[in-house]
Ligand binder design. Structure first.
Ligand code: U2F
Length: 564
């Protein structure tokens, strides 16, 4: 059945149920964004033309909102607690619905069981009930619940699951045996899924799929109005909870900021002003989302204190014409040195409060400075006040961009097909890999006629040998490309090393998330033995990693040029 775009979201609002404060927040958001979604659907329909889009039956089980997992978020919605996850789930639901797929939504174990066709209390019986869904979107809590209550069918159908995972899961933490042997054990990892089944809030590592969310878009008239109405001396502080104001040393940089700008906050409070917030700050209390946006429209500056990490608010601020100022982290924060990241299945190093804003957007919209350096901080404030900055929203965070990306995943990502991950080593003797004319990297010969059925299409492969100590994520970025883990199997061969003219004295096949790689002392080449361990992330000074890169669409890093 062909999927048909939907522009009326009232049925979706019914499907979302009611009661919880979190659902109320999500529904309000969906309602407010209806017109934007409808317009985006129209544009995407035009862009895709008559492309066949199969309608899928989809279950969305939002595990963290279930009572069975404790639901710590719902009671905090009106008290300054995290909203980023709810923003994202609301947008995922809207996108799936607008794209025209069949949708079921569950936020309790009971509803989950009845939708899976598992009789209550029969969770562990060795029955394999046929699954009435092509796809299941859930989170780590939901994954655990499904494992407990689906019996044997969990194993059979796990390839249909997608896990919404804010900060991402790197392959080394995902592979149970490897993680256990090498100390990558965490609270969340080792599910042995294909790493692309984990879907993140920002494009943290290409090992996972980038899901994202949306920010409200402005038309040209609104943009002009905003630019004319900006108060160049108005700053809003990022953070809804009083605890972020406990930051050591804030007096110094806040004092500087206060010399130049009027400082506003949206910090939740019960009856009294939170003592952490200085008297010179105009605190509005936690605002409803639309009023928060209005405040951003007037402000010139949105300033981060270092927490929360990687949330939606900076994108909203930039979309509303603010400059986002944030502190550089030196040394970088990670699960090795920071409480917040501890136990998360990633060793990604975070060099500022919002790395996406820093690396994908940057100046003039984003300034990342050392807050302990008063001169640098003051100079930034002065330059920002003088600057003229247009509202900006990357395409991948517009409704159209999100629809385009999710639909591409739905139609092309298949983790159930046996060929999803090719076995290592042996490839056709006439491999179509060729050394590029400038002898720097490998390409896939277009005229070879030997294109495996892969998505992204293998023609976009560009493979480099990384410098010692460099991760594939960074190596690809150095070449203006993105690492593409699904291409690793095409590279994992003696043939690839040979064509790159790497002098392998010996070649071993082992389990290591940095392989395929070359070790200079000893001139040893290593191939990957375990396809689940192919990883863009990770580096060691011992190895030159062999890295599969590809191109990407401007403003849509998840998709290659030929991916649509
Ligand atoms: C992030 O969670 P947060 O909820 O703290 O993320 P924010 O960037 O603060 O923004 C979430 C939404 O809150 C809204 C705003 C954003 O869409 O429009 N909001 C509001 O409604 N009223 C206000 O007064 C101020 C903001 C991240 F998303 C999570 O994944 C992380 O777990 C968390 C911790 O790092 O940070």
């Amino acid at each position: 059945v062909q999927a048909v775009f939907r522009s009326n979201l009232s049925h979706l609002l019914e499907l979302m149920g009611s009661g919880k404060e979190s659902l109320v927040f999500m529904k309000k958001r969906t309602k407010r964004l209806t017109a934007q979604w409808a317009l985006a659907a129209q544009r995407l329909a035009q862009k895709l033309g008559g492309t066949q889009r199969n309608q899928k039956q989809i279950l969305v089980h939002i595990g963290f909102l279930t009572e069975e997992s404790g639901d710590v978020f719902s009671p905090r919605v009106l008290k300054g607690g995290p909203l980023g996850e709810m923003v994202q789930w609301a947008d995922i639901l809207a996108a799936l619905y607008v794209l025209g797929h069949g949708l079921r939504i569950t936020v309790s174990l009971k509803e989950l069981q009845s939708n899976l066709g598992v009789p209550p209390g029969r969770g562990n019986c060795p029955l394999t009930v046929p699954l009435p869904f092509d796809l299941i979107y859930t989170d780590y809590h939901g994954l655990q619940q499904m494992k407990q209550h689906m019996g044997l069918s969990f194993k059979k159908y796990r390839c249909r699951i997608r896990v919404i995972d804010t900060f991402g899961t790197e392959p080394a933490y995902n592979h149970e045996e490897y993680a256990t042997l090498h100390g990558y054990r965490t609270n969340w990892g080792y599910w042995n899924l294909n790493p692309k089944q984990f879907m993140t809030m920002f494009p943290h590592t290409p090992d996972n799929s980038f899901m994202g969310f949306v920010s409200e878009e402005l038309n040209e008239t609104e943009k002009q109005l905003i630019k004319d109405g900006k108060a160049s001396n108005m700053a809003v502080v990022y953070g809804k909870e009083a605890s972020i104001w406990k930051l050591q040393g804030k007096e110094k940089f806040l004092g500087i900021l206060n010399k130049y700008m009027e400082i506003h906050g949206t910090v939740y409070y019960e009856s009294q002003r939170p003592p952490e917030v200085p008297a010179f700050v105009k605190n509005h209390g936690l605002l409803p989302q639309p009023e928060f946006q209005q405040l951003l429209r007037k402000a010139k500056l949105f300033i981060g204190f270092g927490f929360p990490y990687e949330g939606p608010a900076p994108l909203e601020a930039i979309a509303n014409g603010c400059v986002f100022l944030q502190s550089r982290f030196s040394p970088p924060h990670s699960s090795l040195n920071h409480e917040f990241f501890r136990g998360k299945p990633t060793s990604r190093e975070v060099f500022s409060q919002h790395p996406y804003a820093e690396n994908f957007i940057g100046k003039p919209h984003v300034w990342t400075v050392d807050y302990n350096n008063s001169e640098e901080f003051e100079a930034a404030i002065k330059a920002i006040m003088r600057s003229q900055v247009d509202p900006y929203l990357p395409y991948e965070y517009t409704c159209e961009g999100m629809l385009e990306r999710i639909e591409a995943y739905i139609q092309h990502q298949d983790f159930c097909a046996a060929s999803g991950l090719a076995p290592p080593g042996a490839r056709a003797p006439q491999s179509p890999l060729v050394l590029a004319p400038n002898a720097t990297h490998l390409e896939w010969a277009r005229d070879s006629g030997l294109a495996p059925k892969a998505w992204p299409p293998v023609y976009s492969l560009r493979a480099w040998l990384a410098a010692a100590g460099r991760a594939c994520t960074d190596t690809c970025l150095d070449h203006g490309l993105i690492c593409e883990p699904s291409f690793f199997p095409f590279l994992n061969s003696q043939d690839a090393f040979q064509k790159l003219q790497v002098p392998c004295d010996s070649t071993e096949s082992e389990m290591n998330h940095l392989y395929p790689a070359f070790a200079q002392p000893g001139q040893e080449c290593f191939l990957q033995k375990e396809p689940l361990l192919f990883s863009c992330a990770g580096s060691s000074t011992k190895y030159h990693r062999l890295c599969p890169c590809r191109d990407f669409r401007k403003g849509q890093v998840a998709l290659c040029q030929d991916c649509l």
